[in-house]
Design a protein around this ligand. Structure first.
Ligand code: FES
Length: 104
């Protein structure tokens, strides 16, 4: 972690465009997602019933929960479909030389 709290989370090239990449940042599971040339970091647990989003599908700037179909916008975690109105936690991302840095 640098002095501003940024922690190295992985490389952009490791993240597929359809599935999140589960990584550990500061002892916490975080999902790195690629969409439209951007990288987003979101919490790994769905706010609906706490299931893992690691097998969720990333599409159209959102991640879909494989359990009950909730979808969350990657940019701010807002729910856009499904059984919950609770937002998914999101984290700030910085890219430098193909490396992904996350601030929780
Ligand atoms: S646990 Fe994700 S939609 Fe229910």
């Amino acid at each position: 972690m640098d002095e501003e709290g940024w922690q190295h989370a992985g490389r952009v090239g490791e993240i597929s465009s359809a599935r999140p990449l589960a990584v550990e940042v500061g002892g916490r599971e975080v999902l790195l997602c690629r969409s439209g040339g951007d990288v987003f970091a979101v919490d790994a647990r769905c706010p609906h019933a706490g299931q893992s989003l690691a097998q969720g599908q990333v599409r159209g700037g959102a991640i879909a929960c494989p359990f009950h179909g909730a979808r969350f916008r990657l940019s701010d975690g807002a729910p856009t479909a499904g059984p919950t109105r609770r937002a998914l936690g999101t984290h700030r991302v910085r890219i430098a030389d193909g490396e992904v840095w996350v601030r929780l």
